[in-house]
Design a protein around this ligand. Structure first.
Ligand code: BV8
Ligand code: ZN
Length: 256
């Protein structure tokens, strides 16, 4: 293991530009259930069953109940050593872009905590699938701060103060396009990176899962941190089979 850690550490410190792609696995040690892990199921529903515009049209009360449950859960979690080490690293050197599929807001919290009074900008993530911590109007698209959700009936669900339509979490659902400017920022970082550090993702959801291929397409290298094999493992220059909270500080931490 130490050999691959040393090699990965060298590749990362020698890289001109680095893009980091994270998934649910980086928040697992903060207590956020992953999608495909045993806790990924909610009331026997698979995330793919609820995170769709069709599910929201069919039963907005059920979808909101799920998102309210996830919001409460995430509010009780804190960034772990992996979130913090990446934020510290992104503030310490330039040309590091954190791209996340996670909607839990933990990367942004780590960035603000680590930055203290300083500008957290360089460590703020590109959230390609949106955020649980924002609402959006399903009618006029207005973005709002998250409101308390009473999911006992459709009549009690939150509504837009501008047009009266149902509010929804500001996340990207399956079958929905990603925000163009957000996707362009992620794609641009991946296409110009010397190294793509992939942390805690099963790499099954597109277009996010294709970002490491963009890095490789122009001669960059992929480093994977994941306790399990994924479709990206065979194209990775270095594979680190371990948990993010332990491994990431060893890869980008000051003292390692
Ligand atoms: C779109 C927000 C245009 C909502 C999410 C090409 C090929 C095939 C399919 C498609 C394709 N292009 C488009 C599709 C369709 C679809 C798709 O990819 N489907 C998959 C299921 C095959 N993509 C879309 O619909 C996208 N839109 O493309 O629009 C279009 C539309 C239709 C048709 C064509 C084009 C929109 C996708 C975004 C959906 N929204 N989230 C919400 O959260 O509620 S996706 C959601 O699921 C997450 O954001 C994330 O992306 C994904 C879950 O994956 P992971 O985060 O990786 O989590 P997972 O649990 O799977 O894995 C955890 C990993 O961590 C594991 O490997 C585990 O080993 C590891 N781990 C565990 N513990 C640790 C750890 N690692 C480190 N440390 C630990 N301690
Ligand atoms: Zn509206």
């Amino acid at each position: 293991m130490s050999e691959s850690i040393d090699r990965a550490r060298t590749l990362l410190s020698d890289a001109g530009a680095v893009v980091i792609l994270t998934g649910a696995g980086i928040s697992a040690e903060s207590g956020v259930p992953t999608f495909r892990g045993p806790a990924g199921l909610w009331k026997s529903f698979r995330p793919e069953d609820l995170a769709t515009p069709e599910a929201f049209a069919r039963d907005p009360r059920l979808v909101w109940e799920w998102y309210a449950w996830r919001r409460t859960l995430v509010a009780g979690c804190v960034p772990n050593a992996a979130h913090r080490a990446l934020a510290e690293w992104a503030l310490r050197r330039d040309r590091v872009t954190i791209v996340t599929q996670n909607v839990d807001g933990l990367h942004a919290r780590a960035a603000r905590e680590v930055a203290g009074g300083r500008d957290a900008g360089a460590a703020l993530p590109v959230e390609v699938h949106g955020s649980l911590l924002r609402d959006r109007c399903s009618g006029c698209d207005a973005r709002t701060a998250p409101v308390a959700v009473d999911a006992t009936s459709v009549a009690t669900l939150p509504r837009c103060t501008l047009c009266g339509s149902l509010l929804r979490p500001d996340v990207v659902w399956f079958g929905e396009m990603l925000d163009e400017s957000v996707l362009a920022a992620a794609d641009g970082a991946a296409a110009t990176a010397d190294v793509c550090l992939v942390v805690g993702t099963s790499a099954l959801v597109h277009p996010a899962a294709s970002l490491p291929l963009r890095t490789r397409a122009h001669g960059g290298m992929v480093i994977e941190v994941n306790p399990e094999e994924t479709p990206l493992s065979r194209m990775a220059e270095v594979v680190i089979r371990g948990g993010a909270a332990e491994m990431i500080p060893m890869l980008v931490g000051r003292t390692a």
